[in-house]
Design a protein. Structure first.
Length: 430
């Protein structure tokens, strides 16, 4: 609504290629639901109409200069069309560029202190990636003030927007004490509704045997006091079910406890080797199981028969020099695949979804169209959201304008800043 209570209307016109992710009768045959020479009518931050500009309810104003002529045409076409114009439609001419839904980054770890550039450099000199590096970020995070972490988050938020991301999830997991995990959940909730409680990231120093009480005692804390402190700020619960982190039984305890207090389930699994993560995720009807780098045929079959999304994180394999996950195998088996950044200081310090798309296309067997879908509609599926990830009537008007004529260029021009504009809820934010 505007200040005087009128509906705020805006017509985006002159869109050379519009990716809707909504295959319709008048759309090209793939899942991207492409409309050429398109227009989108936005009302109060939501998509009110989408289609070829010549059929736009405003009278098909292809450019701002055509507005007056089309207004006259509209006025002959009846009450319904007049309504759109009567309310001061703002015309936005996108100059023939491509528009895609805003990226939905369904997996990040953006609340942390410090960085691990030295660890990255050592890895590039031949050292292997180990989950244990997480503990060095835990020390840096515990030592950071709320305002330091907030400033860091604000910087990442600006970075995300510049790169076309309009919805993002943030996990806790670098606090690993009741006070610090609750603090991270609270700070994450200041920037997103998609907060995930990841107290079960690794066992912190003070619990590790032989001097500490051990992993099971830590899990007792996670499912008790820590969950109670974090759940009010969180939508999801997650566990790192992997060698060096938590067993299937420990992960199950955490995930079931989270679910019992109303949190949705997601799992980190099959990152460093085959293991029980994927099957546990499917058994618990998790919204997503993330990494999926090492999968058995049984894992793939289990995912294909489930509503659990496989979220692949190309930045991790890029930065750890592990083999990339096989997206082609999953898609061909009928699994829903999402792409996400996993932005964190250890295994993947990129917040760039265009980078992830380029790597997924080059290294993981995805087509450019599949990779764009996986980073928008796929991410929305991984967060079980229907209001983002597609430009269909009723959805949020979240989108990116590309400095390019088609979505293919995102993968075709790696490293080039093609995101010209980012819009969220019908407002330009970058
Ligand atoms: O998703 N896999 C576990 N957690 C992160 C890594 C975090 C870190 O290395 O700090 C991930 O890759
Ligand atoms: Fe992660």
């Amino acid at each position: 609504m505007t200040d005087n209570g009128a509906v705020r209307r805006m017509l985006l016109t002159n869109i050379g290629e519009l990716v809707t992710n909504d295959p319709g009768d008048d759309r090209e045959g793939d899942e991207l639901g492409i409309v050429r020479d398109a227009a989108v009518l936005i009302e109060d931050g939501r998509v009110a109409w989408v289609g070829p500009a010549v059929h736009a309810p405003s009278g098909a104003a292809a450019t701002a200069g055509d507005a007056a002529r089309h207004e006259r045409e509209d006025r002959r076409e009846g009450e319904e069309h007049r309504a759109a114009w009567d309310a001061d439609v703002e015309i936005v001419d996108l100059g023939g560029r491509a528009v895609i839904p805003g990226f939905v980054d369904s997996h990040t770890h953006l609340v942390f202190g410090g960085d691990r550039a030295d660890e990255f450099a050592a890895r590039m000199a031949g050292r292997a990636y180990e989950a244990g590096g997480i503990r060095s970020t835990v020390s840096a995070t515990r030592g950071a003030t709320d305002d330091e972490l907030r400033a860091r988050l604000a910087g990442f938020l600006a970075e995300l927007r510049r790169q076309g991301t309009t919805t993002f999830e943030v996990k806790t997991g670098y606090g690993l004490s009741v006070t610090d995990e609750a603090r991270l959940a609270r700070l994450a909730a200041e920037v997103t509704d998609e907060v995930t409680f990841l107290g079960a990231h690794v066992v912190p120093f003070e619990f590790r045997e032989p001097d500490g009480p051990g992993a099971d005692a830590y899990v007792d804390l996670v499912v008790g006091e820590m969950l109670a402190a974090c759940a009010p700020h969180s939508r999801w619960v997650d566990a790192f079910c992997e060698r060096g982190a938590f067993t299937a039984e420990q992960s199950r305890r955490v995930l079931e406890a989270g679910r019992a207090v109303g949190l949705g389930v997601r799992v980190h699994g099959n990152q460093l080797g085959e293991g029980p993560g994927v099957r546990l995720a499917v058994e618990l009807d998790a919204a997503s199981v993330d990494h999926c780098t090492y999968l058995s045929d049984e894992d793939v079959a289990a995912l294909a028969g489930s509503s659990t999304v496989a979220t692949l994180l190309p930045g991790v394999e890029f930065s750890t020099r592990q083999p990339y996950p096989d997206a082609r195998r999953l898609i061909d088996a009928g699994v829903t695949v999402a792409l996400a950044s996993d932005c964190n200081p250890g295994s993947s310090f990129t917040s760039s979804m265009p980078f992830c798309i380029a790597v997924a296309v080059r290294e993981m067997g995805m087509t450019p169209a599949e990779a764009v879908w996986a980073s928008t509609a796929g991410g929305a599926a991984a967060l079980r959201r229907t209001d983002v990830g597609a430009l269909r009537v009723g959805a949020r008007a979240d989108f990116a304008v590309l400095d390019a004529p088609s979505h293919v260029h995102v993968a075709y021009r790696p490293g080039v800043p093609l995101i010209a504009e980012t819009w969220k809820d019908g407002v330009r934010v970058a």
